[in-house]
Design a protein around this ligand. Structure first.
Ligand SMILES: [Zn+2]
Ligand SMILES: [Zn+2]
Length: 406
């Protein structure tokens, strides 16, 4: 086999793996890094078949470009397709508002959505000589690891191996060649139970002292996981932004969730913000879960503007903040861009690592349990940290543009 790394080599973002296998050519993911302006992968050669592992834009963002250009069919789960559509439309809206040129528009998007073909988690399908099985990846609802059974290859693009409230962890798959993400190579996550307790205790403290708590959260996965965590102490929580719509979609596809009834109950017990009046009520009440997770847009900015001068209140960040985002600036400099103006923030800023990716030891264990002969590490700033711990397989750490021959 030959795989060309079109994006995601020694970097976290814009994953694109172009594979020439015995059976034929297949593209695995075609993403973009949603920065300002976005970073795109290298141009893919014409390809008839692609698989999409999950809806995050760093894996899915350029799929419409490839579909509309080469008439490519995209195999993915039904839930991934539905979430991706919302993210695509939102991305086009943002591109339009910011006025930067974008590689595709509504027309290309509509053509592409007709090219999606569905495989369910744990299901195998055969087409054009490929036998492809999707395994749950534990990362976000709908996410999968892709096994090409007749070739002995597994693509583990973004996985989480621990059980969370929302999803069961990914299970290893025996294979000859394993492509694996290394987002947290060299970094361990805190114990999840302790983290949850500290998070909830801190919220309780802040509210007890008369402060407000604003929790920025990614719409896909994090909002739902936090809803399940917050619900356990019965707080009066308000939810605002894109997470509401994404949750509704997830609840239509119950099989992808660990416990759909629990999520339904958690959301039902929260107050939903529908209007500007709702925003005011939410703020008055005190705990708001809202998008966007990296604070580059969405209702979260309105809330931060209202609490930014109050040292009793807090912004509780719950996920990784990419360089160049408002969230990163807030964490590092206590500043945020509000309505185009860089503004000082005097309220508290806290960080809780509710990651949806496996940590270092979890990745190493996962690789060992797959017992592969070849391991390709990508989607990582520090792939060497994992390579050092694997002595039983050939390790590949490709850069963008490299071709791996196995
Ligand atoms: Zn992801
Ligand atoms: Zn990713």
């Amino acid at each position: 086999m030959v795989t060309k790394i079109l994006g995601g080599g020694k970097e976290v973002g814009r994953v694109a793996l172009y594979n020439e296998l015995e059976t034929g050519k297949i593209l695995v993911d075609y993403g973009l890094t949603p920065e300002e302006p976005p970073k795109y992968p290298m141009e893919s050669p014409p390809v008839k078949n692609a698989v999409l592992t999950h809806a995050h834009l760093d894996h899915s963002g350029m799929i419409p470009w490839i579909c509309s250009r080469f008439d490519t069919k995209v195999f993915t789960t039904r839930l991934t397709a539905e979430i991706a559509e919302i993210l695509y439309r939102d991305t086009l809206k943002i591109a339009d508002a910011k006025g930067h040129p974008f590689p595709y528009g509504e027309k290309e998007l509509d053509i592409s959505l007709n090219k999606f073909r569905y495989i369910e988690q744990n299901q195998r399908i055969d087409f054009n000589g490929f036998s492809i099985r999707f395994h749950p990846a534990g990362h976000i609802p709908g996410s999968v690891m892709v096994e090409i059974e007749n070739e002995g290859i597994v693509y583990a693009c973004d996985i989480n191996t621990i059980d969370t409230h929302l999803l069961k962890g990914a299970k290893p798959i025996k294979c000859e060649t394993l492509f694996i993400e290394g987002t947290y190579a060299g970094v361990e996550h805190p114990d999840r139970k302790e983290l949850e307790k500290a998070f909830l205790d801190e919220i309780e403290d802040i509210v007890a002292r008369g402060g407000k708590v604003i929790i920025p959260a990614f719409a896909v996965g994090r909002t739902q996981e936090l809803a399940l965590i917050l619900q356990r102490r019965g707080y009066d929580v308000w939810i605002d932004g894109m997470g509401i719509k994404i949750t509704e979609i997830m609840l239509k596809h119950r099989d992808y969730l660990r416990n759909a009834d629990k999520l339904k109950k958690a959301i039902k017990e929260m107050n939903i913000v529908y209007s500007n009046h709702g925003k005011k009520l939410a703020l008055k009440s005190g705990i708001v879960l809202t998008t966007s997770g990296m604070m580059n847009g969405g209702p979260v900015l309105w809330y931060i503007d209202k609490i930014k001068d109050d040292p009793k209140s807090a912004v509780m960040i719950t996920g990784y903040q990419v360089e160049g985002t408002n969230g990163r600036m807030l964490l590092e400099n206590r500043e945020i861009e509000l309505y185009g103006i860089r503004t000082k923030v005097d309220c508290q800023v806290k960080f809780y690592d509710f990651s949806a990716h496996a940590g270092h030891s979890q990745l190493v264990k996962f690789i060992k349990d797959c017992s592969p002969e070849n391991v390709v590490i990508f989607h990582s700033d520090n792939p060497q940290a994992i390579a050092e711990e694997i002595d039983f397989a050939n390790i590949y750490i490709p850069e963008n543009g490299d071709e791996i021959k196995i």
